[in-house]
Ligand binder design. Structure first.
Ligand code: GBH
Length: 462
């Protein structure tokens, strides 16, 4: 067993989290508002009151950012395209924004010129606000054709240089956090709508894949898939009910999307629990959906111990914990309550995904926010030994999954390249391997930036 000969490694970002340089430059750029602009304009939605309009100013600093990635030695860069930057009102008959199209053209050219392969996400949560106002976004089936046209514009314009496409980043978050518990834009709370949102995303994903494979892949020769969030679910103890609960948690987090896409049906545990609330696929739809994704895109950060009972529908009625029956905790704390450092869970997850879905795996996100990092000076923050320790554990888990277990892993992207806008948590959690001063936009690579790239340089050449 060895690393894939074309193994891709580097850092990941998303448009809404890094592009904004302030209200003036964003207005001049011609980008339409996304649901995140409106969410940030609503009091008390973002913990520190920060705004997507002003994050890392990647929009004007992208050349410096690409040069830094090159210096670090990455061979690929995962980023997302902002739909409202390309089509400000989002719809299939709405005009495109040439300035926005040009921005990603320039970014991609800059990457290709220095030998860094672009790995592109089409949808990383910044829905054009106009489509939310028009028909409530993913809640309406009308969105399918609007999304497919947006995808077409991207394939046409960038597909000569982009060979790796992701239709969606983490649909679970869109459905549950955005439309179930309201922590994310558009901030809706409902126990019925998230399952419809998820269904429409699966169909939109499949429709875009079909179009790519039929109309673009024959000449462009790239690959397309989806990326899902999913943290390993370890039974709290060996009792049959907790073992079953852990599987149910995997079904509700990962299987919700992965089972239809790779296996052709929703998980039985979801059908049983949700009954009429879970939409059904028609035979034609399942034909479209099954095998739509050419690989499994894996975002993962942590592991939970799972107990039966409690929880809500979104966890399949299971309880997410970090403790063991003996009272010990499975990993140290981070800046975020949901995130603890549990490297062994990563190896188990990769084995589970490969065994169940039998697809090459692209690890598209994995990373760490050190507790209290925002209280440090930049000088202190760049000495990020807590993050190096996290990557040491997780990268060795990937290495063992590949070399010992034979899992076909083809990429690894650390989240994130830059400290950035962590959605409803604002600018406080710092996930970057590069420190960003949010007043001056100055960048300073942290220790972990070198650690991650050197790890792969050593292992790929070995
Ligand atoms: C990713 O998602 C995103 O893709 C990225 O944009 C983001 O910045 C990064 O991770 C860091 O957060 O409510 O207890 O069930 C976040 C992954 C998945 C983490 C869902 C929180 C909910 C746990 N999220 N998870 S819980």
């Amino acid at each position: 067993m060895s690393f894939h000969k074309d193994f891709l490694y580097g850092f990941a970002t998303a448009a809404a989290q890094i592009e904004g340089g302030g209200i003036t430059s964003e207005k001049l750029s011609g980008r339409g508002d996304s649901i995140w602009d409106e969410f940030c304009n609503t009091p008390n939605k973002i913990e520190d009151g920060s705004h997507v309009q002003k994050t890392c100013d990647h929009l004007s600093r992208f050349k410096e950012d690409v040069a830094l990635m090159k210096k670090l030695g990455a061979n690929s860069y995962r980023f997302s395209i902002s739909w409202p930057r390309i089509i400000p009102n989002g719809g299939k008959d709405d005009p495109v924004n040439e300035l926005g199209l040009q921005f990603y053209d320039d970014l991609i050219n800059e990457l290709v010129a220095v030998g860094i392969q672009p790995f592109v996400t089409l949808y990383h949560w910044d829905l054009p606000l106009a489509l939310h106002k028009k028909y409530k976004g993913w809640l309406s089936r009308e969105i399918l054709d609007d999304y497919t046209r947006y995808a077409r514009v991207c394939f046409e314009r960038y597909g000569d240089r982009v060979k790796h496409w992701l239709t969606f980043n983490e649909p679970w978050c869109v459905a549950v956090l955005g439309n179930g518990i309201g922590q994310f834009a558009p901030g809706r709370t409902c126990t019925k709508e998230p399952w419809i949102v998820g269904h429409h995303i699966i169909l939109a994903h499949a429709q875009a894949c079909k179009m790519y494979k039929e109309e673009f892949k024959p000449t462009q020769k790239g690959t397309i898939g989806i990326t899902l969030n999913g943290d390993w679910a370890e039974p709290w103890d060996d009792s049959p009910e907790n073992v079953l609960a852990a599987q149910t948690k995997m079904d509700f987090a990962v299987g919700w999307f992965a089972d239809p896409i790779y296996l052709g049906h929703y998980p039985q545990s979801m059908i049983d629990r949700l009954q009429d609330r879970l939409p059904r696929f028609t035979p034609e739809e399942i034909e479209l959906v099954k095998d739509s994704s050419e690989f499994y895109g894996c975002n993962t950060y942590t592991t939970n111990t799972i107990k039966a009972g409690g929880g809500d529908d979104f966890s399949g009625g299971t309880e997410l914990r970090f403790d063991r029956p003996d009272g010990s905790l499975i990993g140290v704390e981070s800046q975020l309550a949901w995130l603890r450092d549990v490297p062994w869970g990563y190896r188990k997850l990769l084995n589970y995904l490969y065994k169940r879905y039998k697809k090459p795996i692209y690890c598209t996100e994995n990373g760490w926010a050190i507790k209290g990092e925002s209280d440090l000076s930049s000088e202190e923050a760049i000495d990020d030994s807590g993050r190096v320790r996290y990557y040491e554990g997780y990268l060795n888990a990937v290495r063992q999954a590949i070399l010992v277990d034979g899992v076909d892993v083809r990429s690894y992207f650390a989240w994130s390249f830059l400290d950035n806008f962590e959605w409803n948590s604002g600018l406080v959690p710092r996930f970057g391997s590069v420190y960003v001063d949010f007043n001056t936009f100055e960048r300073r690579p942290k220790k972990s930036a070198y650690y991650v790239t050197e790890f792969f340089q050593k292992n790929i050449l070995a």
